[in-house]
Design a binder for this molecule. Structure first.
Ligand code: C2E
Ligand code: CA
Ligand code: CA
Length: 814
C-alpha cells in the first residue's frame, strides 16, 4: 500500500510479501480453501435436490461462501502488518457479511441454469459479492488517518473477482457433467484464487494515509481477540457445513447402493414388479418390462391407466392383501396380455406407494384352453369326441319335444387295410381328410363327432325324417367314396352308414345309438359302401348272433363238431396225394353251419385257439394211420399265432398222435403277414424246423403282395377258388392263374388250384401247367370214412378212376 510506483503486479506482490505476516496469510488461505470446497459441495447438493430441501441447501451454500469470504478477509487483515491499531464499525461489518451471503447465494442460484447468460450473470454476481464484501469491510475500518485507493488496481481486483469466479463455476460445471462423484478441487482452487486474488489486489490498491488518533465511536468492534473469535466461528460453520455435506453424500451413496441392490433383487424376480404412486409407474423390474414388451423403463408409458386400461385405480388400496385378481396389460405391440395382479403397500403407511406383482398368465390360460379343448375334442381330427357326442345327443333328445332326431353312425370301409398296408401315419392322414370331408358334407347345424378309430356319428335335427337322413347318408357316402391322395398315393376307401331315428326307432339315447349301430353292422355285412336304416328285424339278427356265439362255446363239449376231408390230387400222376381237413359244426337245431360263418365268430370270441387245437389233434390222429405217404393239410387262423405257444402245441399234438410232421401241411392266409410279420415269420420258421410244410392259402384274395414270398419260403401256394371259377370267362383271372403257376415254378413251390368244378377248368389248368388241384370235380369234402379205400390203399385210387367211376364223389356222399 505504501508503494505507489511500479507495475501493478509488482505492487500487489510487494504488498503480500512485505506487508503481511505470511503465516497468518496461510491460515486465511486454508480457511478460504475449506470454505470454497464446502461451498461447491453444497452447490452440488442444491443441484441434486429437486424438492423443498433445495432452498435450504442454497441458503447453506450462500451462508458458507459468504462467511468464508468474510473470514478470509478478516484473517488476512490480521496478517497485515502495516496498519496501526484498527477497529471496525458494526454497521458496515455486518453489511459486508450480509452482502457476501446474499450476492454469492444469488450467484449460486443463477449457476444452476443451463443458459449461458445466466451463467455469466452468476460469475458476475459472485465476483461482485466478493468485491462488495471487501470494499464495504474496508470502509468500516476505523484507523488513525484514512485510506486512499489506486484506481487501476481497484479495477483489476474487480475484474479478477468476476472473471475467476466465472471460471470456477465453469470448471465445476464441466466436471459435474462428466462425473458427478468427482470432488470439486479444481473449482475450489479457482474460487480460492478469485477470493484471495481480489483481496490482495484490493489491498495493493489501498494506500493508508496515517493521521492523528481519533476516539473510537461507540459500539466499534476492536481487538485481535474478536477477530480470532470470528475466525473460530467461521471455521466451526465451515466444519459443520462440510460434515453435513459429507454425511449427506454418504447417505446418498448408501441410498443409491440400496436402490441398486433392490433393483437387482427385483430384476432377479421371475414375476413382474412395478412400483407406483397409484397413478404413475415409478419403477419396474426387467420381468415386467419384458412382459409389457419394453426394453427400458423410459420407453414404457408412465401412466398406470395406459398400461392397465381395465383396472380401476381407485380400487388399488382395496386390493391390498387381497387374492390375486386377473386383469389385462397393454403391451407395446398393442395386444392385451392377461395378467394376475397382486397389490402390496410400499414404504411408510399412507405414503400412497404400492408394489404391483404382475404375473403373465398367458401360458396358463392357453394351457387351460388346450385342456378344455382336449377334453372335448378328438386330438387327431379336431372333431368333438365321444363325451361331447353323448352329452349333445342326450340334450338334443330332451329338447326335441318329440320332433324327430336322426342318428347316423358311420364306419370307413377298408380303413384297417390302409393302416396295415401303408402304416399308421397314412391312416391318420386319411382320418383327418375324411373328417374334413364329413364336416363339409354335413354342414352347419348338425353335430359331427369321432367316436374312435374310424367310427363317426352325425346327429341331425330339424329335418324331415327319415328322408333327410337318407339324403345326408348318400351325400356322405359319395364324398368319402372319392379317392384320397395320401402321401402321393391315391387311396380308396368307402363308408357304411347306419341310421336310426328318434322316437320311431328308439325311446332313449342309448337305444338310438345301439340301433344305429345295428343298422351300420347290417350295411357292413351286406358289403359296405351303403346306408341302412334300422329295422326291428336287425335286433333279431343281432340277438341270434349272440346266441350262436354262446352255443359255439358249448359245441365242443356237446360233440357237435367233426372234421371233414377233401382230397388233393396230383394232375401229372393222376393220384390223390393228400387231404385238407375242414371243420364242420352240426347244430342240433340249426343244422349244418358253414365254417365261413362260425370261424369268424370263434375268432371274435377268442375261441379259435381251442377250436383250432381240437381240429389239429383230430386230423393228426386220423392221418397218422394213412398209408402211402398221404399228406394232411390243416387250416390255421392268424389269431392262433398270437398267444405265442403255437409251435409247442403243434409239436405236442404231433408227438401225441404219432403223426409224421413231414406229412403235415399248415395253411395260412396272407392276413397273418400283415399285422406282425416278423413275429409270424419267426413262428413259421420254427414250424418248418419240425419238418412241417407251410402253404399260402387263398392267394389272390387279399393284397397278394409278392413280397410275402421274399420274407418266407412257402412250400405251397393255393390259388383261391374265385379265380378258378372265373378262369374260362375272365381272361384276367386266367392270366393271374398262369402267373402264379409261373411264380411257383420259379420259387420251387407247389401250386394248387382250388375249387375245380368242371372238366373244362381242369383241362385249362393242365394246359397252363398247374400240377395240383382240389375241388368238387375231384371230390367234395366228406367224413374220412368215405375215403376209407383211398387212405388204406392210396395207389389204387387213381384220379381217372375217381373221375370216371365217380367213386370219390360217391364216397363224399354226393
Ligand atoms: P378254405 O381253406 O379255402 O377251404 C376250402 C373251402 O372251399 C371249403 O369250404 C371247401 O368246402 C370249399 N370247396 C372245395 N372245393 C370246392 C369247389 O369245387 N367249389 C366250391 N364252391 N367250394 C369248394 P368250407 O369247408 O366251407 O370252409 C370254408 C373256409 O372255412 C375254409 O376255406 C377255411 O378258410 C375255413 N375253415 C374250414 N375249416 C377250418 C379250420 O379247421 N380251421 C380254420 N382256421 N379255418 C377253417
Ligand atoms: Ca384251406
Ligand atoms: Ca383256400
Amino acid at each position: 500500500m505504501v508503494l505507489l510506483q511500479g507495475l501493478p503486479m509488482e505492487r500487489v506482490l510487494t504488498c503480500i510479501f512485505f506487508e503481511h505476516d505470511l503465516r497468518i496469510v496461510a491460515i486465511a488461505a486454508v480457511i478460504c480453501v475449506l470454505a470454497c470446497f464446502t461451498t461447491f459441495l453444497l452447490v452440488e447438493q442444491v443441484r441434486r435436490e429437486p424438492g423443498r430441501q433445495r432452498l435450504a441447501w442454497l441458503c447453506a451454500a450462500a451462508f458458507v461462501s459468504g462467511t468464508g469470504i468474510w473470514a478470509t478477509h478478516f484473517i488476512a487483515m490480521l496478517a497485515y502488518r502495516a496498519h496501526a491499531d484498527v477497529a471496525y464499525e458494526v454497521g458496515p461489518t455486518l453489511l459486508s457479511i450480509l452482502v457476501a451471503i446474499v450476492l454469492t447465494g444469488v450467484g449460486w442460484w443463477l449457476s444452476l441454469s443451463d443458459r449461458p447468460v445466466r451463467n455469466v450473470a452468476a460469475g458476475f454476481t459472485v465476483g461482485a459479492g466478493i468485491s462488495a464484501m471487501h470494499y464495504i469491510g474496508m470502509d468500516g475500518m476505523i484507523m488513525p488517518g484514512h485510506v486512499s485507493y489506486a484506481p487501476d488496481l481497484v479495477v483489476a481486483s474487480l475484474v479478477i473477482s468476476v472473471v475467476l469466479s466465472f471460471a470456477a463455476l465453469v470448471i465445476r460445471k464441466r466436471r459435474v457433467v462428466r462425473n458427478s462423484l468427482i470432488l470439486p478441487w479444481p473449482a475450489t482452487a479457482m474460487f480460492t484464487l478469485a477470493i484471495c486474488g481480489m483481496h490482495f489486489t484490493g489491498m495493493g490498491a489501498a494506500k493508508m494515509v496515517h493521521g492523528p488518533a481519533e476516539p473510537l465511536p461507540t459500539g466499534a468492534i476492536t481487538g485481535q481477540g474478536l477477530t480470532v473469535a470470528v475466525t473460530v466461528m467461521a471455521l466451526a460453520i465451515l466444519a459443520i457445513g462440510l460434515v453435513a455435506v459429507i454425511a449427506e453424500r454418504k447417505l446418498q451413496r448408501q441410498a443409491a447402493e440400496e436402490e441398486q441392490r433392490l433393483s437387482s433383487f427385483a430384476n432377479a424376480a421371475i414375476e413382474g414388479l412395478l412400483l407406483t404412486d397409484g397413478a404413475n409407474v415409478k419403477k419396474a423390474n426387467k420381468s415386467f418390462l419384458e412382459t409389457a414388451g419394453y426394453s427400458d423403463l423410459t420407453d414404457c408409458p408412465a401412466s398406470l391407466a395406459e398400461l392397465f386400461p381395465a383396472l380401476d385405480l381407485q380400487q388399488l388400496p382395496a386390493m391390498i392383501d387381497g387374492t390375486p385378481s386377473e386383469c389385462e396389460l397393454m403391451t407395446s405391440a398393442g395386444a392385451a396380455c392377461p395378467v394376475e395382479l397382486l397389490v402390496r403397500p410400499f414404504g411408510r403407511a399412507n405414503a400412497g406407494m404400492f408394489v404391483l406383482a404382475v404375473r403373465d398368465i398367458r401360458e396358463r390360460k392357453e394351457a387351460a384352453a388346450r385342456i378344455a379343448h382336449l377334453a372335448y375334442h378328438d386330438v387327431l381330427t379336431g372333431l368333438p369326441n365321444r363325451a361331447v357326442f353323448a352329452d349333445h345327443l342326450a340334450a338334443t333328445l330332451e329338447q326335441s319335444e318329440r320332433r324327430r332326431v336322426a342318428l347316423l353312425c358311420l364306419d370307413l370301409d377298408g380303413f384297417k387295410a390302409v393302416n396295415d398296408l401303408y402304416g399308421h401315419p397314412v391312416g391318420d392322414e386319411l382320418l383327418i381328410e375324411a373328417s374334413r370331408r364329413l364336416r363339409d358334407a354335413v354342414g352347419e347345424g348338425c353335430l359331427v363327432a369321432r367316436l374312435g378309430g374310424d367310427e363317426f356319428a352325425v346327429v341331425q335335427t330339424g329335418a324331415h325324417q327319415p328322408r333327410h337322413a337318407g339324403n345326408l347318408a348318400d351325400k356322405i357316402i359319395a364324398t368319402l367314396n372319392e379317392p384320397f391322395l395320401l402321401q402321393d398315393q391315391s387311396v380308396r376307401v368307402g363308408c357304411s352308414v347306419g341310421i336310426a331315428v328318434y322316437p320311431a326307432d328308439a325311446r332313449s339315447a342309448s337305444d338310438l345309438i345301439k340301433n344305429a349301430d345295428l343298422a351300420l353292422y347290417r350295411a357292413k355285412s351286406e358289403g359296405g359302401r351303403m346306408a341302412r336304416f334300422y329295422e326291428a328285424a336287425m335286433d333279431e339278427a343281432m340277438r341270434d348272433r349272440r346266441d350262436m356265439e354262446a352255443e359255439l362255446k358249448l359245441a365242443l363239449g356237446r360233440d357237435e363238431f367233426s372234421v371233414h376231408y377233401q382230397p388233393l390230387a396230383d394232375l401229372e400222376a393222376g393220384t390223390i396225394i393228400g387231404f385238407e381237413a375242414l371243420l364242420r359244426w352240426d347244430h342240433p337245431v340249426r343244422g349244418a353251419i358253414s365254417p365261413e360263418e362260425f370261424i369268424p365268430l370263434a375268432e371274435e370270441s377268442n375261441y379259435i385257439e381251442a377250436l383250432g387245437e381240437w381240429v389239429l389233434r383230430q386230423a393228426c390222429a386220423e392221418a397218422a394211420g394213412w398209408q402211402g405217404g398221404l399228406r394232411l393239410s390243416v387250416n390255421l387262423s392268424p389269431l392262433q399265432f398270437i398267444p405265442g405257444n403255437l409251435v409247442e402245441t403243434v409239436r405236442r399234438i404231433v408227438a401225441e398222435t404219432g403223426m409224421d410232421p413231414h406229412r403235415l401241411d399248415l395253411e395260412v392266409t396272407e392276413g397273418l403277414l400283415i399285422r406282425e410279420p416278423d413275429k409270424a415269420v419267426e413262428i413259421l420258421r420254427e414250424l418248418k424246423k419240425l419238418g412241417i410244410q407251410i402253404s399260402m392259402d387263398d392267394f389272390g384274395t387279399g393284397y397278394s403282395s409278392l413280397s410275402y414270398f421274399r420274407v418266407f419260403p412257402f412250400d405251397k401256394v393255393k390259388i383261391d377258388r374265385s379265380f378258378v371259377h372265373d378262369m374260362l370267362v375272365n381272361p384276367q383271372a386266367r392270366a393271374i392263374i398262369r402267373s402264379v403257376i409261373g411264380l411257383g415254378r420259379g420259387l420251387e413251390m407247389s401250386v394248387v388250384a382250388e375249387g375245380v368244378e368242371t372238366e373244362e377248368q381242369l383241362a385249362a389248368l393242365k394246359i397252363d401247367g398247374c400240377t395240383q388241384v382240389q375241388g368238387y370235380l375231384i371230390s367234395r369234402p366228406g367224413p374220412i370214412a368215405h375215403f376209407e379205400r383211398v387212405v388204406l390203399e392210396p395207389r389204387t385210387a387213381a384220379l381217372e378212376k375217381g373221375r370216371s367211376g365217380k367213386p370219390l364223389r360217391k364216397a363224399a356222399g354226393e
